[in-house]
Design a protein around this ligand. Structure first.
Ligand code: DC
Length: 221
């Protein structure tokens, strides 16, 4: 592999399956992988545990100043606690999307994301990776799928943890988050101008992984 520090960005809306796909692409290339949604979820978990008024910028900033997020292997840690499972609930999804509209939260996490990305040879996944966090990335992808398909994918992911969940509720929640994520002022969700857009509605995960590897294959080896 070349000396160049490659960055591959994968963005897209909730439930599209970015996580699984980004992880697989990273594994195939021997790259590391960064789930930036998990970082917004980590902040949401901290805020929900502390039960603070996050509309107060001062309070929010002081919480962020004492927040430590780190990754080890496949796990995410808040301070020293492994929170990988705790952040995968619908309540945390909703709060993460709300907190992601706040400039100070984004600034705090974007700094950390850029620091992690510095080492290169990494697949980064989120909403604004190609547009804002790594505008000079070597390869940019934007995965999309219709709302019904994304709700189905997210429902299948959640139902093992939460038996009471139903497809219609998941669909409504995703629709709400879509609106919040793409209409916010700070780094709204949209494809980068130079991103390859893949509609995955009728594609299996391995097909999407194959397509991404095909697009980048050989070009930096
Ligand atoms: O990908 P996810 O569902 O785990 O992300 C949770 C929330 O975090 C999502 O509603 C939007 C926000 N997010 C963001 O604003 N920017 C990112 N780079 C990643 C996630």
């Amino acid at each position: 592999m070349s000396e160049k520090k490659i960055i591959i960005t994968i963005d897209g809306p909730s439930g599209v399956g970015k996580g699984t796909i980004a992880k697989k692409v990273a594994e195939k290339l021997g790259f590391s992988y960064l789930d930036t949604g998990a970082m917004y979820r980590a902040v949401a978990l901290k805020i929900s545990n502390l039960n603070i008024n996050f509309d107060s910028e001062k309070e929010l900033q002081s919480i962020l100043d004492s927040t430590e997020i780190s990754f080890s292997e496949d796990k995410i840690f808040l301070e020293s606690e492994d929170i990988s499972k705790k952040i995968r609930t619908e309540d945390i999804s909703k709060l993460a999307s709300t907190l992601a509209t706040k400039k100070i939260v984004r600034e705090f996490l974007v700094n950390l994301q850029r620091k992690i990305g510095e080492s290169g040879n990494i697949v980064v996944e989120g909403r604004d990776m190609g547009t804002y966090v790594f505008p000079g990335a070597d390869f940019k992808f934007y995965l999309d799928a219709n709302l019904h398909e994304r709700a189905k994918r997210r429902y299948l992911q959640l139902k093992d943890n939460d038996k009471s969940i139903d497809l219609e509720t998941v669909k409504k929640d995703i629709e709400k988050r879509d609106t919040q994520d793409s209409e916010r002022k700070e780094s709204p969700l949209h494809p980068a101008l130079n991103a390859v857009i893949i509609d995955t509605s009728d594609m299996g995960k391995s097909e999407v992984v194959k397509e991404i590897l095909l697009r980048i294959g050989g070009s930096f080896k």
